[in-house]
Design a protein. Structure first.
Length: 363
């Protein structure tokens, strides 16, 4: 069985949930003992923090002379494979060869719900082509599957599979005797952790309002690019109790989860919500907005707030100063996190590769 993988996501983002997903698929595929051939297409030098440097030297290249063409046009290798093969793109590309068995992983519908104008048109068009030409569609949650079937009435539900994202084994509770300072924090206040993008639907403005109202608490922000505009003004007002880290590794992030008072996750929409599970596995309580995929992923192991209100979130943060309540929530989170494994994610994905290839060969 030949599997062709398109790693273009590494060129499109420096970090992010899709990169985490793709790197875990690639890492496990290289360890499969079955009789398979794997061709990975990509471009070296992406700067993506999750890209495996050991795999870069084995990348194959396409005919396109620019990333722009490669990004928006169908897969076009220099030499076409003979016979049936699996084609799986990391980000909504399609192989129109009649020999290709197209796989498409759908992570969310953020662009469709929260973007507008040309960016929405371009993204949605390419995504529509990928979904409509996919032989197998993988959704990362039941919530994403519902969104897919609502938006694409012509898609056969029988070709849509839910395979949950996993969580890295690099997230765990640090024993005090083994703990070393992975990353320096300049203040001593208990801190709330915010991880990821700060687009409008992530509701970072509410996070800022909460910190403004709580001089007893600090804030540690991870990722999301440089603070800009009103975010910079807010950080300057609270400079003595704000830290912002970018491009840190999982070991450092695990340390931040371990030492945080909680992870605050006020996003209005998620396809999955990997930081929620990472935090739980690291023993960090989670306070999140009760919407989209979050209740599906968090279960009964987080404080879920029904309304986007800084006062409601602040009250939840205060509840976590109760040692007994906090301990109960941490224990529940550790149990819940066991539902999610990158090994399980890969095994289910690889089973679909085998099933689709077998059916195509016999058909």
């Amino acid at each position: 069985m030949l599997i062709i993988l398109d790693s273009i996501i590494y060129q499109l983002q420096r970090a992010g949930g899709i990169s985490v997903y793709w790197s875990n698929i690639l890492a496990r595929l290289s360890n499969v003992s079955e009789d398979i051939l794997v061709d990975i297409f990509g471009n070296p030098g992406s700067g993506n923090i999750f890209e495996d440097a050991d795999l870069v030297s084995s990348y194959r290249s396409e005919r396109y002379v620019s990333l722009f063409l490669q990004r928006y046009l169908p897969f076009w290798p220099k030499v076409r494979a003979k016979g049936k093969y699996i084609f799986h793109s990391s980000y909504y590309r399609t192989d129109f060869s009649h020999q290709a068995i197209n796989f498409c992983t759908v992570h969310d519908f953020t662009y469709e719900k929260y973007s507008s104008g040309l960016p929405k048109l371009v993204h949605s068009t390419q995504k529509r082509v990928a979904i409509n030409n996919a032989d197998v569609i993988i959704c990362v949650s039941e919530n994403t599957k519902r969104d897919l079937l609502e938006q694409y009435k012509s898609v056969d539900p029988g070709c849509v599979y839910v395979i949950y994202n996993g969580v890295s084994d690099n997230f765990y509770i640090i024993n005090d005797e083994d703990a070393s300072v992975e990353i320096e924090i300049k203040f001593s206040n208990p801190y709330i952790l915010y991880v990821g993008d700060r687009s409008s639907y992530k509701n970072f403005s509410m996070f800022m309002d909460l910190i403004d109202s709580r001089p007893d608490i600090g804030a540690v922000i991870v990722g999301g690019g440089e603070l800009k505009g009103h975010e910079q003004d807010w950080a300057a007002r609270n400079i003595a109790r704000i830290e912002h880290f970018m491009g840190i590794n999982e070991s450092s992030l695990n340390y931040l989860y371990n030492k945080a008072h909680c992870l605050l996750y006020p996003s209005s929409y998620e396809g999955f919500g990997i930081p929620v599970v990472e935090a739980m596995k690291a023993g960090c309580p989670v306070v999140a907005l009760n919407c989209s995929s979050i209740p599906e992923v968090a279960g009964n192991s987080a404080i879920l707030i029904d309304v986007l209100d800084s006062g409601e979130f602040s009250a939840a943060v205060s509840r976590l100063f109760d040692i007994d309540y906090r301990s109960q929530l941490v224990s529940a989170g550790l149990v819940n996190a066991q539902r999610f494994s990158w090994d399980n994610c890969f095994e289910q994905t690889f089973d679909l590769y085998r099933k689709a290839f077998s059916e195509a060969k016999s058909g």
